[in-house]
Design a binder for this molecule. Sequence first.
Ligand code: NDP
Length: 444
Amino acid sequence: MSYVDEVIEQVIAKNPAEPEFHQAVKEVLESLRPVVDANEEKYRKEAILERIVNPERQFKFRVPWVDDKGQVRVNTGYRVQFNSAIGPYKGGLRLHPSVNLGIIKFLGFEQIFKNSLTGLPIGGGKGGSDFDPKGKSDREIMAFCQSFMTELCKYIGADTDVPAGDIGTGAREIGYMFGQYKRIRGVYEGVLTGKGLSYGGSLARTEATGYGLLYITKEMLKSNGVDIAGKTIAVSGAGNVAIYAIQKAQEMGAKVVTCSDSTGWIYDPDGIDVATLKDVKEVKRARLTEYKAARPNAEYHEGKGVWTVKCDIALPCATQNELDVEDAKTLVANGCIAVCEGANMPTTLEATQYLQDNKVYFVPGKAANAGGVATSALEMSQNSERLSWTFEEVDSKLQGIMVNIFHNLDEAAKKYGFEGNYVVGANIAGFEKVVDAMLAQGVC
Ligand code: NDP
């Protein structure tokens, strides 16, 4: 049995009931076959694959808090410190009822390669809780965040592990967590990113993931002789990534006609109005039915359906496994030429395969949405310098990073004979740097 297959089997056997983690490991290891086969003896001896699929450490803890009725509630908190070969652990905190150890491990594993691809010195980690922020009062959110940080603060620090936002964790939650960290640890340091501008946040961090997605999409299309201007784009999600992806796509001259949330989706033939979408999602924190109410020409549909709309480019920006093989077939039948992942692992393995088999350009999330973590690393640099850079400075560094990521993965794919396969390219480019650092640091 090949080394890759052996390790995939071990991961499934040793981590039962963690299907998302299995999926992420399979996706990465399968695409690393050319590198692993070329170095099999050395990697086996050094147990490189066994080491890379096992987190350096993981924490699971109780998060008790009191709701507005005086009732004590209990959630579970997680932090997985996956790999610190190239820098302090870095990765977001997801607050969503679906969160469990397997989901955090899948995200943490992916984060290793994503962070490596940015070219910046950051290792891989991820955390979160099964807490559902929806419908909670500000006081309840604060109570949860303070309790969560009371435990988490024992394991993190500006030079060890620097968490950030993710689904359910925005500026408000980061603020409450930062305040609690400072209070308990008594140090003012860049321990979290995604902070508010008045206390060490970086300009352009809010926009970074969505903007970065468009910078890499544009560069990838350009290198294939396609201009993004004038293209029709379908976006899913209506959160942080989706909103700023839509905004940048429109600035680039494309027309975005869809967005969605967990209950329904919008088709707006005139192009999504970003100001209205921001008002509904960022200010009112309401459902997309409110968008429809403000834009009479738009259609609102219950459930899932964004990928049924005819488009040239699809940008899944909501959540994992939201684009399955049936969606991929519809996209191909409708003439879609590119899928670039704003969310983490939004496309199923089967759908990815189908898209690639049908010559759809496919840029995986670990490269396409790396702008968020890259800008978080820029926030860490600013905190260390005790300086703040201008929006233009950060945005221009972000553009440079995303363009570089594309060329690195494009070249890695070509080097191993997989030209145009950006999944293979991204995994190899991210993996090679981490492995090099792991080997240099000995058995640890
Ligand atoms: P948000 O919480 O801001 O937005 C998520 C959006 O997706 C919301 O519109 C939400 O709907 C929708 N959504 C969530 N679950 C589902 C579901 N099961 N079905 C359909 N829609 C759903 O998160 P972000 O925009 O920050 O993150 C989106 C994705 O991007 C995630 O995969 C995240 O890990 C990834 N990512 C985010 C980065 C960042 O900087 N923010 C960086 C890199 C990756 P509703 O409004 O109803 O909740």
